[in-house]
Design a protein around this ligand. Structure first.
Ligand code: ADP
Ligand code: MG
Length: 232
């Protein structure tokens, strides 16, 4: 589903910053994986490349078999809208629109009629257990409810992949667990491929696989270190 080969990314500037230094990574269809690493290690940069929100300098990114490289803004938007749903730490909801309108928004950009948008958005909110909050503004919702609205918005275009950048970073531990339960459900029951950037080892543990990034490189699985060293 996702295949990165030797991806490099440098942020230009007075002192250019080489953030990704040759990332090789494969995520299969239907996997639930987390990306962990210290603050500043390049996790968000990597996720933005996966989400075709940002370009890379060299290497290759194949998404569902298609090379994603130097796309026009229109083509990038087309792939994004068709394939990918995003969830952010700070929810990124529009404060003056209610939950239903927030969830329906991606369909507005796809030219879906208001009536159909509202029906589909209501269905998503029901799935997230938020039917009774559909007419509340984000400011009237708890953190966990806001994140579930954001997940409903990510899901409404029926993407194959969900990319989440520290989705539980602003939530308490009980609410984090609820959000992770929801992600696991979307993965198991709807076959969504899910990539979650997190600081929380508790979140990592609930994923099929933890990908570690350090100083712009993927750190090889260190399982071997936990095995007794027989050769000595
Ligand atoms: P993480 O999400 O792991 O904390 P980021 O990918 O956000 O890390 O950032 C990696 C490094 O790149 C950091 O040093 C950050 O300051 C820098 N950085 C991120 N975005 C930009 C940008 N748009 N321009 C310049 N530097 C950036
Ligand atoms: Mg980040």
């Amino acid at each position: 589903m996702i295949r990165l080969t030797d991806i490099n990314k440098t942020y230009p500037g007075a002192v250019p910053l080489h953030v990704l230094k040759g990332i090789n990574l494969t995520v299969d269809k239907g996997e639930l994986v987390s990306i962990m690493g210290a603050s500043g290690s390049g996790k968000s940069t990597l996720l933005n490349i996966l989400g075709i929100l940002d370009n890379y300098d060299s290497g290759e990114y194949h998404l569902d078999g298609t090379l994603i490289k130097n796309l026009s803004e229109n083509r990038a938007a087309e792939y994004r809208n068709r394939m990918i749903g995003f969830v952010f730490q700070s929810f990124n909801l529009i404060n003056y629109k209610n939950a239903l309108e927030n969830v329906a928004l991606p369909l507005f950009y796809q030219g879906v009629s208001r009536r159909k948008r509202n029906i589909l958005a209501m269905e998503q909110l029901e799935k997230m257990g938020l039917a009774d909050r559909s007419h509340h503004l984000p400011g009237e919702l708890s953190g966990g409810q806001k994140q579930r609205v954001a997940i409903a918005r990510a899901m409404i275009t029926n993407p194959s992949i969900i990319l989440a950048d520290e989705p539980t970073g602003a939530l308490d531990s009980t609410t984090s667990r609820d959000v992770m339960t929801l992600f696991k459900q979307l993965n198991r029951e709807e076959g969504k491929t899910i990539v979650i950037v997190t600081h929380d080892p508790g979140v990592g543990k609930q994923c099929d696989r933890v990908i570690r990034i350090s100083d712009g490189l993927i750190v090889p699985d260190d399982n071997i270190i936990t095995q007794p060293n027989i050769s000595l």
